[in-house]
Design a protein around this ligand. Structure first.
Ligand SMILES: Nc1ncnc2c1ncn2[C@@H]1O[C@H](COP(=O)(O)OP(=O)(O)OP(=O)(O)O)[C@@H](O)[C@H]1O
Length: 600
């Protein structure tokens, strides 16, 4: 109940926050239309009664003209006002949704299936959030109901029974729609799967593999089977809904016919006037219209309510997951380093058997590890060992499920995530391809210095992108991306050089994370990059006690690290320097020997 009133409050205040003046004007127009519409029928009754009874028709004429004037004016306003209002609210909400999702510092909401479904539904239905006038429509339906009840009761109270019949139609209709909505919501994962499969076909990225492996017909079959499964269930629910509503309408029309026949018999018996009969006959479309209004507004309201509930949920989720309680600023420089103490982690979406009931899959188990200040630490291990997961926990893209990460003794969960990330530099294997100017594609690595040309140039040199940028037609000012008129398309390795340069934009990081950032580079470029890393790491270590964490499968690079950590199945298997680990003859020695053998 309390939640319901808060959702309603959000609905009302959203329109007011977006555009108060328009909202009030729209409310007045809708209400005037609802109240004055049925009064015109009363005016006609008064005129007919005056004419047949020899009275003065002036009052009836005045009521009729006044009602028609107000309703026509109000009606001519509601559509343009409603459209403008909806557009304004939509723009407001669109910005708010992006603000909310981008303000959540963790990645969990993208990866937990239930959360991702909710957000995806909200994004699809966000236009509904502009439908304030549907709420006003409901208020106006109630106003119409009151007016129609008063008019019918003025002829005979029994005639008011026509309205409950109309209400039955509304209820049957709303329940049918509710069943359809529940079905849509519970099948969102099928829609997402189908759309993602189709997107894969349309996307030029995977296009190469799709063609080489002849995957298109199979992917199309999978996508359409997924979509069709959802469609058949949707169709069955819709047909059932339509059939039940038609039946309810038949019952209403039967009741209405009985009512009219009854008033005719009262007229013949002299207990009702001709005006009464005219009123009952004319009010029929209004009872039907009121019922229709009730139906459509209850239906739309239920839909909009659903969407507002999701909007409300997202606002609460964003507020609960904003990590606002983490307010401590990171230290200016690291003196001890970063310690992982009993760190365990489960990804939000994963279960061992793929079902919601299955136990969660552990990516890390009780990791104890010290990354000394000023050191370069290499993480090695098999695919899926947990290296990238460790890197993500260090960047605080997630919080550990158990244990904690300590930065110079302070839990990372207490550090302000924005300030911590501002002191973190990162280069990832899955880098972004920013289709900006070349200078900005590097500069976004440190937004406050986006246009600092000397900083951007130095970062480009360190990231081995300087030659690439000078070869571009307008060097740093060249638009990237073949889709633009003067845009330049780049190769995978060239994009990666820009991504690497971004990692060098921040000059005083406490933590530099390099998660296989050179996979697309030729060996010469990779060698040069690691020399740059080594000198950047040495400078950072001297200036801030910063730590460089490097994930790599190439032992020629790994062996240079101060500390090598071998990760396997989510645990630290062994750690030490290259020489120590070789002497120990464990997993590292085995992997090193394998790679050295392959190169011999
Ligand atoms: N986003 C995710 N959602 C669910 N599970 C994930 C996700 N990312 C990784 N995992 C799982 O967590 C485990 C550790 O993965 P991680 O990416 O840390 O391995 P890695 O050592 O970096 O592997 P690689 O060398 O292949 O990059 C794997 O079993 C993987 O399936």
């Amino acid at each position: 109940m309390r939640r319901g009133s808060r959702v309603l409050g959000l609905w009302l205040t959203t329109a007011f926050r977006a555009t108060p003046g328009l909202t009030v004007l729209m409310g007045a127009a809708v209400m005037a239309n609802a109240a004055f519409g049925p009064l015109a029928t009363l005016g006609i009754k008064w005129v007919v009664d005056a004419m047949t009874g020899g009275g003065d028709p002036t009052a009836g004429v005045v009521l009729l003209v006044a009602s028609l004037t107000v309703t026509l004016l109000a009606r001519s306003l509601t559509t343009p006002l409603g459209d403008t209002l909806a557009e304004r609210i939509f723009l407001y909400v669109e910005r708010d949704l992006l603000r909310l999702t981008t303000a959540i510092p963790s990645l969990a909401h993208h990866e937990d299936r239930e959360l991702a479904d909710r957000i995806s539904l909200l994004e699809q239905q966000r236009r509904r959030l502009g439908a304030i006038w549907q709420l006003l429509g409901a208020v106006s339906a109630v106003t119409s109901v009151v007016t129609v009840v008063v008019l019918l009761a003025s002829v005979h109270p029994l005639l008011v029974l026509l309205l409950p019949l109309a209400a039955v139609v509304a209820v049957v209709d709303a329940r049918g729609k509710q069943a359809q909505r529940t079905l849509i919501n519970s099948h969102e994962h099928l829609r997402r799967l189908g759309t993602a499969t189709l997107d894969t076909l349309a996307d030029p990225g995977p296009g190469l593999e799709v063609r080489c492996f002849g995957l298109a017909p199979t992917l199309l079959r999978v996508a359409s089977a997924t979509m069709m499964l959802r469609y058949w269930r949707y169709r069955r629910a819709t047909l059932r809904w339509a059939g039940r509503t038609a039946l309810a309408w038949l019952v209403f029309l039967l009741g209405y016919a009985v009512g009219v026949v009854w008033v005719v018999s009262r007229l013949l018996a002299g207990t009702s006037s001709v005006g009464d009969l005219v009123l009952v006959v004319l009010i029929a479309p209004q009872v039907a219209a009121t019922a229709g209004l009730l139906i459509s507004s209850s239906r739309v309201i239920a839909e909009v309510w659903d969407t507002f509930e999701r909007y409300f949920w997202l606002r609460e989720y964003a507020a609960d997951h904003s990590w606002d309680e983490s307010r401590t600023a990171p230290p200016e420089r690291l003196s001890r380093g970063i310690e992982l103490r009993g760190v365990g982690f489960d990804y939000p979406s994963t279960t061992t058997n793929g079902s919601a009931e299955g136990s969660r899959h552990r990516a890390l188990h009780g990791v104890d590890l010290v990354l000394p200040a000023g050191s370069t630490v290499a993480l090695v291990g098999d695919n899926g060992a947990g290296k990238s997961t460790l890197v993500k926990l260090l960047a605080r893209l997630y919080d550990p499920t158990s244990g904690q990460v300590l930065v110079d003794g302070t839990p990372l969960t207490e550090l302000d995530p924005r300030l911590w990330r501002a002191r973190t530099s990162a280069g990832f294997q899955d880098f972004a391809r920013w289709e900006l100017t070349a200078g900005h594609a590097v500069g976004v690595g440190d937004l406050p210095h986006l246009d600092d040309r000397s900083r951007v140039s130095a970062a480009s040199t360190a990231g081995q992108a300087q030659d690439l940028i000078t070869s571009l037609p307008q060097t740093f000012d060249t638009q990237l991306g073949a889709g633009y008129e003067d845009g330049v398309g780049l190769s995978g390795g060239q994009w990666q050089r820009l991504a690497l340069s971004r990692a060098f934009m921040r000059t005083r990081p406490l933590l530099m994370l390099l998660d296989e950032p050179t996979a697309a580079l030729d060996p010469e470029a990779e060698h040069a990059i690691y020399e740059q890393y080594a000198s950047a790491a040495a400078r950072v270590a001297a200036e801030t006690g910063g730590i460089t964490v490097l994930v790599s499968h190439r032992f020629s690079t790994v062996r240079l690290a101060d500390l090598i950590v071998v990760v396997g199945e989510g645990r630290v298997l062994e750690q030490g320097t290259h020489a120590e680990l070789l002497a120990a003859g464990g997993r590292y020695a085995e992997l090193f020997e394998l790679q050295a053998h392959a190169y011999r």
